[in-house]
Structure formats: structure tokens, C-alpha cells
Write a protein that binds this ligand. Structure first.
Ligand code: PMP
Length: 406
């Protein structure tokens, strides 16, 4: 269980290595919760941060604006799927989900439909730790079940059938259709993690379900929100997981890798229609104004990180990591306690037939020279894109060792 294992003291981090105070070095298979896609102390990101710190660390983003945030907003509009043209910069992934939901609710109110205020999602999801995101996290699994009865009640459907390559199951699409038909009158939006459900269980599903959701939400006059906080910026092999399906949501949440994992910043993007709807409402602005909104340091690092991604090397890197994870994890099929081995982009997962003891697993993976954070029955890695083949072999070796002994 989280919290029961003493944390390791990290003195420095550079490239893909965490340097512990006791002198040990670990290859980071976690990218600091999936954010540090370029690794640590990247010279381009370090320089962007230092340069911005020399100009202005922060100014309020109400009534004032600045070039790093303007550039970032423009770049995000260009980079994200066609049709998302308005950007709200906020502090963390959870807050971007809060903002996304406010966008949807304010839009529905502005249309004279305040009763459309609930959310529909599929089970097995994870959207963050503040109250609205918790209300759409998996209701039965994980730490948020503590809050059952306190959270707003949302509409849940079963999670999509497992498997990125598994054929689309029409009976599941029918389930989605029936739920939307039943609840459309009270739904502001459907919110899902596209293609990969992350912290709720590291499950992959076929992009066809996203296309089905896009059609059904249009048909039933419900907005569609994609939470790409974990999947965005190349992690699944596409810049955004929505691209696997070729669909544009009405609202898109981004975070984590936005700043290359350097600083806390996230974003919610929406269509002109939603922005125009909000502008016509009783309160003609989005009702959200956090102190550190649009922070210049985070914006400058985000611009530098997006600049690195624009160079395009990430595509070959993620493809190479995908191949390395497949190769390195193949022997896991022969391990007695392994139920499933799945890889997509720079994500590798071993699913076991039992819950892992986190303390035992941590000792095993660190003895192998890697840093991983198994949870429940999952041993997984989401390494930085700059991880080379030798370091990747350390990570997959540690995963196999944990699957065998933890
Ligand atoms: N949504 C998804 C899909 C996530 O994976 C996470 C974080 N693991 C969040 C939202 C919450 O982001 P944050 O931790 O930055 O609040």
C-alpha cells in the first residue's frame, strides 16, 4: 500500500538517472509519474527556465498577460486535434479536469439547460484527486472509494473491453448507446481517458470506442471530454491518443509532460462553440482564476519542451522504446504469476494474478538498478523517451524480477 514504504532520498536527477543520497543510481522507469519525457536536467529546458527566471517569475494572469503564455496557447492550438481553439492554463492535471467540467457546465447553462450537469464515464478511470475528478474515478477501486457517498453522483458504464488490437465489440457500443439515451437529458458531458486508462488499472482499449462515443455524444447533444493528461505528448506513439481514433473531443485536458515534467502546469482546451456559449452566459467568463494561472516559468519550460517535441525525434524514440519493451517483456509470458503482458508506445505493463507487496517490489527493482512503482496487481513502466536500449533493458529486467518474486 502507498505510504507504508519509506521513501528513497534523491539527491540529484539527470538524464534518465535518479541519484540517491546514499550513492546508488537508478534508471527511472516512471518519468516522475509519466511527466519527464525528455529526462532530467535537459540542457534546453534548463536554459529556458534560467532565461525566464532572469526576466519574470510570475505575474497575475488576470488583466495581465505575457509572451510565454501567449506562445504556449498558440502552440497548443496548432498541435492539438483540429477544432480546439481556446486554452485555459492552470496548475495541475486535477485542476484542468475541474476546469474542463466547469467549461461544460457553464456552456450547458448558457444554453438554458442547467439540468445537464452530470457526467458519464466508464469504470476503471482515473482523473485526479480533487472532488470533481474523484467523482469520475473508478468508484470501486483505488483510494477514492473512501469518499463514496460524499462525491457528486455521476453515471458509470462498464469499462471498454480490453485490448488495443481487440476487435470492436458491438454489444459494448450498444451499452454506451443505451446509457447515453437514458441519461442525455441530465448529462453535461462524457469524460474518458482515450486509449489508455492509466492510474485506474493501466488498461488499453480499441480507438473504435472513442469514435463511437464521438458519434453518440453528438447524437444525444452531450459534450465529449478527453483526459489526455497521461496519454498526451507522444506517450502512446501518437502526439495525442485521440489521433488513434481520428476524433476531436469538445474539451481536452493536458498536463504532466506539458512542461517536460519540470513544473506544475496543465491546460484545458475547448472549441469556439463552448467558448462562445460561456461568453453569452450570465457570467460571461469562465469562473476560474487561480493565483498561479499561466505561470511564466512553467510556460517558458512548456514552450521549450514542445520545441523539443516539434523536432520530431520523439516518434522514433517512442517506437524504439515500444519495440524494446515488447522484446524485454516477452519472457514474462512464461512466468507463473503473469496474467497479461501489454505494450503500447512508451508504456509497458505486466499484470499479475495477485497484488504486489510494494515494499518487496521496491527492494527488488532497486536491487536491479531501476526505479518503478508497482501498484495493485500491476508492474509497469513509462520511461522517458530518451531512455537508450541498455537502460531500457535494466527497466524490463527489473519488471521481470518483480513479477517473478514480488
Ligand atoms: N488525469 C489523468 C489521466 C491522470 O493520469 C492524472 C494523474 N495521474 C490526473 C488526471 C491528475 O493529474 P495531477 O496529478 O497533475 O493532478
Amino acid at each position: 500500500m502507498p505510504g507504508r514504504v519509506a521513501p528513497l532520498l534523491v539527491a540529484e536527477a539527470s538524464g534518465v538517472r535518479l541519484k540517491l543520497a546514499d550513492g546508488r543510481e537508478l534508471v527511472d522507469g516512471m518519468s516522475s509519474w509519466w511527466a519527464a519525457v525528455h529526462g532530467y536536467r535537459h540542457p534546453v529546458l534548463d536554459a529556458a527556465l534560467a532565461e525566464q527566471a532572469g526576466r519574470m517569475s510570475h505575474v497575475m494572469f488576470g488583466g495581465l498577460t505575457h509572451e510565454p503564455a501567449i506562445t504556449l496557447a498558440k502552440t497548443l492550438v496548432d498541435l492539438t486535434p483540429e477544432g480546439l481553439e481556446h486554452v485555459f492554463l492552470c496548475d495541475s492535471g486535477s485542476v484542468s479536469v475541474e476546469v474542463a467540467v466547469k467549461m461544460c457546465l457553464q456552456y450547458q447553462r448558457s444554453r438554458g439547460l442547467p439540468e445537464k450537469r452530470r457526467l458519464l464515464t466508464w469504470r476503471g478511470g482515473y482523473h485526479g484527486d480533487t472532488f470533481t475528478p474523484m467523482s469520475v474515478c473508478d468508484p470501486d477501486g483505488g483510494m477514492h472509494s473512501l469518499w463514496r457517498g460524499v462525491l457528486p453522483e455521476q453515471v458509470f458504464v462498464p469499462e471498454p473491453p480490453a485490448g488495443f488490437d481487440a476487435p470492436v465489440d458491438q454489444s459494448y457500443v450498444d451499452t454506451l448507446a443505451a446509457a447515453l439515451a437514458e441519461h442525455a437529458h441530465e448529462l453535461a458531458a462524457v469524460i474518458v481517458e482515450p486509449v489508455v486508462q492509466g492510474a485506474g488499472g493501466m488498461r488499453f482499449h480499441h480507438p473504435g470506442y472513442l469514435r463511437a462515443l464521438r458519434e453518440l455524444t453528438r447524437e444525444h447533444d452531450v459534450l465529449l471530454v478527453f483526459d489526455e493528461i497521461a496519454t498526451g505528448f507522444g506517450r502512446t506513439g501518437r502526439m495525442f491518443a485521440a489521433e488513434h481514433a481520428g476524433v476531436t473531443p469538445d474539451v481536452l485536458c493536458l498536463g504532466k509532460a506539458l512542461t517536460g515534467g519540470y513544473l506544475t502546469m496543465a491546460a484545458a482546451l475547448c472549441t469556439p462553440e463552448i467558448a462562445a456559449g460561456i461568453a453569452r452566459g450570465d457570467l460571461p467568463v469562465l469562473a476560474h482564476g487561480p493565483t498561479f494561472m499561466g505561470n511564466p516559468l512553467a510556460s517558458a519550460v512548456a514552450n521549450a519542451s514542445l520545441g523539443l517535441l516539434a523536432e520530431g525525434r520523439w516518434r522514433a524514440d517512442v517506437a524504439r522504446i515500444e519495440a524494446g519493451l515488447r522484446r524485454g517483456l516477452e519472457p514474462a509470458w512464461d512466468l507463473p504469476h503473469v496474467r497479461d503482458v501489454r505494450v503500447l508506445g512508451a508504456i509497458g505493463v505486466l499484470q499479475l494474478d495477485h497484488e504486489v507487496d510494494l515494499g518487496v517490489a521496491t527492494d527488488i527493482v532497486t536491487a536491479e538498478g531501476a526505479w518503478l512503482r508497482p501498484f495493485r496487481d500491476l508492474v509497469y513502466a513509462m520511461p522517458p523517451y530518451v531512455t537508450d536500449d541498455a537502460d531500457l533493458a535494466v527497466i524490463t529486467g527489473a519488471m521481470l524480477a518483480a513479477a517473478e518474486k514480488a
